[in-house]
Ligand binder design. Structure first.
Ligand code: SF4
Length: 429
């Protein structure tokens, strides 16, 4: 009997060895998968809070926090809950599209770009290497600040992805909304455009213009005026003076400018903006449909980024509260503003070591997340070190000040070289 068993084992020894190796391999695979899933869950638990502004149950710690969500491109916009924007404003979440973007931007990867309208159309053009355009701009009211920097990086990103690029200096809006005379906004515009060029906008592949000098934009506004009632304007923008309604129609002209025959005709156009600009997008998409028969407009697509907090922790950067800095403030001013910034830190070092900080409500953390920490692993480390009490606010502010001052110094050095070019593209003597 034993002899027979031994003979059988000998006969099938290769098969037995093979089965044994398979079992070993399967066990090793299960082990690796377990480690991988555990790592992913850990990463998810770190990234999710970073990318969401709504997860902190300690939201009451945010000064001036409000339960209201209000989108007003001409006033103070407050977004207490980004989820509400999906339900009530019809903005689509960006996250489901992220894996389809060929080379997602820094803001897309980090969930700072959180919403969109019709971005699939742009994705389609990107995948098929078809023509598409990007348009965004600046209201020339003063020096470049971190809010401007976000839009600048987004427009440059789409230019690098192959978009025909349009950059608008919204001087009519600056006049109507902020009472900035055109002579003054002209000077500011040179400065702002030089900032854009220093950040990497390629002027040879961009159409850069001032609203007040672009007759086609003003013509479109006049044409659109016939299709919009006062009641519609009030419903979208509230009770405003006529100049602001006019500037909204001019913005619609800006947004649809890339689709005119002179620029190659109708094409998908992406407008990357802060979510407070959504009323302009809604108005323009409606006008694109109303004038489709005449111009064959394709309704513009948009992406929306989250709004940066003020350094005092209030929901928005504001000139009146001086709760931000510009790229042209002195090193002393920048140092002072960051040093005095509100944080998500605890009352004492002991408490912070024990309980950890609250990066979700911290403008210093937000500055790093939105602008000054490029590497995703580094920002995850900051988040983790803050949460676990390893990083203290004083130390973190000091590091951030150093990074910001280094960036600002380098940016100014580059910008100096672009002043003449900025004057040239704006067609100023
Ligand atoms: S350690 Fe940094 S991220 Fe954390 S609360 Fe303090 S300043 Fe903010």
């Amino acid at each position: 009997m034993l002899k027979i068993v031994c003979q059988k084992i000998f006969k099938h020894r290769y098969l037995i060895t093979f089965v044994g190796e398979c079992v070993g391999l399967a066990l090793a695979l299960v082990k690796s998968l377990t480690v991988f899933v555990a790592d992913m869950l850990k990463l998810k638990s770190i990234l999710e809070p970073i990318c969401s502004s709504n997860i902190n149950e300690e939201k009451h710690l945010l000064p001036n926090s409000s339960k209201e969500t209000m989108l007003d491109p001409f006033g103070a916009s407050v977004v207490a809950d980004y989820e509400r924007l999906y339900k009530e404003f019809g903005i689509e979440p960006f996250k489901p599209l992220l894996s389809k973007v060929p080379n997602p931007s820094f803001y897309m990867r980090r969930g700072i770009v959180f919403g969109h309208r019709d971005f699939e159309r742009i994705l389609n053009a990107m995948h098929k290497h078809e023509e598409f355009a990007v348009l965004s701009g600046i209201k020339p009211t003063g020096e470049f600040h971190l809010g401007h920097l976000m839009t600048a990086k987004e427009i440059i990103y789409f230019q690098q992805q192959g978009a025909q690029t349009f950059y608008c200096v919204a001087d009519i809006e600056g006049y109507e909304d902020n009472k900035i005379p055109f002579e003054k906004s002209e000077r500011i515009a040179v400065d702002n455009v030089a900032d854009m060029l220093a950040l990497g906008l390629d002027p040879e592949r961009s159409y850069i213009y001032r609203q007040s000098k672009e007759i086609r934009v003003k013509d479109l506004a006049i044409i659109f005026g016939r299709a919009v009632t006062l009641a519609t304007m009030k419903a979208i923008y509230g009770e405003r003076h006529i100049g602001l309604y006019l500037s909204a129609l001019i913005q619609a002209g800006d947004i649809l400018l890339p689709e005119l025959e002179e620029f190659g005709g109708p094409k998908p156009t992406i407008i990357p903006v802060g979510v407070d600009q959504d009323p302009h997008i809604r108005l323009t998409r409606d006008l694109a449909q109303k004038f489709h028969r005449k111009y064959k407009f394709i309704p513009p697509s948009s992406t929306y980024h989250k709004l940066m907090k003020g350094l005092d922790g209030s929901p928005k950067m504001s000139k009146r509260q001086m709760n931000y800095f510009t790229l042209h403030d002195s090193p002393e001013t920048i140092t002072q503003r960051i040093s005095n910034a509100f944080t998500g830190g605890r009352a004492t070092i002991k408490e912070q070591r024990e309980l950890g900080g609250i990066p979700e409500i911290c403008p210093v953390y937000e500055m790093c997340l939105f602008h000054f920490v490029e590497d995703d692993d580094d920002i995850i480390k900051i988040y983790h070190d803050c949460k676990t009490g390893k990083l203290l606010c004083g130390e973190h502010k000091k590091q951030t000040i150093e990074t910001v001052l280094k960036f600002v110094k380098e940016h100014r050095r580059k910008k100096k070289k672009f002043i003449d070019k900025a004057r040239e593209v704006l067609q100023l003597e």
